[in-house]
Write a protein that binds this ligand. Sequence first.
Ligand code: ASP
Length: 345
Amino acid sequence: MKQYWIATSVALLMVMAFGCGQPGAEQSVEQPRDWAIAIHGGAGHFGEEDLSPIQQAAYTASLSSALALGEELLAQGGTSVEAVEAVIRRMEDDSLFNAGRGAVFTAEGVQELDASIADGKTRNCGAVTGIRGFRHPISVARSVMDSSEHVFFSGHGAGEFAAAMGHEPASDAWFFTHKAHSRYLRAKRRAEAKDALAYKKGTVGCVALDRQGNLAAGTSTGGMTYKEHGRIGDSPIIGAGTWADNRTCAVSATGWGEYFIRTGVAQEIHGRMLHGDEKLAEACRGAIFDEMGALGGDGGVVAVDASGAISLVCNSAGMFRAWSSPDGRGVAMFGATVEGTVEVH
Ligand code: ASP
């Protein structure tokens, strides 16, 4: 009975919306496109042996719940920009990841955060680097995109902009986690002993295609543990760590930022598709293995194209990642199914 009433109401609403039954009325119903989403929570040299079953379960749960938020928004017709921002906000609050709460510390013992967001429909974008004291750097980046004539703010100016836009402040205590701080203390001891640093990375990112056919991408990070004051990685740099263009793809990167900047990974993928006619997976592999990896860098990307194909590619041992479309969903952490490449079409 309930189903009958729902079906009747839906039919009635359609008649009201499209004017069915009126002679001469033009009717056009755009077939909703499939949506697609992929996220990452950082790449690195970790294998199954490096994470306890409890840690693996925690990462799986966190990735899965962030993904579910994006799935729900996109399935209900939300925009890709909305989904990207919402998913990244969730991950910024999750202390498991190196973004927002739980971000790594610089050599000076503070947390300087970077974020960027790009809209494939308008090819507008916004980014902040070295921002401190705001809970959601990704939302500040979105304000830069939506409400500023500029696309990139740094440090103090980024903070002033965030405050003027009414973004939620957060104290040092909010961002602090013992895990990130003890990593910092270990790195400090190594640096003082002049031992080689094993930079701890992380980063979160999200790419999405919405039912209107629009792509978006975003990335948010604390950068690399013990990074020098003022160091900027790839995550807030449009074309290196983040990219979206409806003609080709949306990309979010994670890994050793210097190498991603040197090879302009995100825009490299776009260029291979636009000018070289490569498919998404081929373009991601080329950028990660033949360009960034060939210089000695490591990390990966999550990407989605305008047809809803998803590609998750890394040359590191692990990358926290998850993906979904109406065809199904998945969560993975380790290894690479085929030579460092995981592809989902
Ligand atoms: N790419 C980030 C950076 O270099 C770190 C990461 O993705 O783990 O700042």
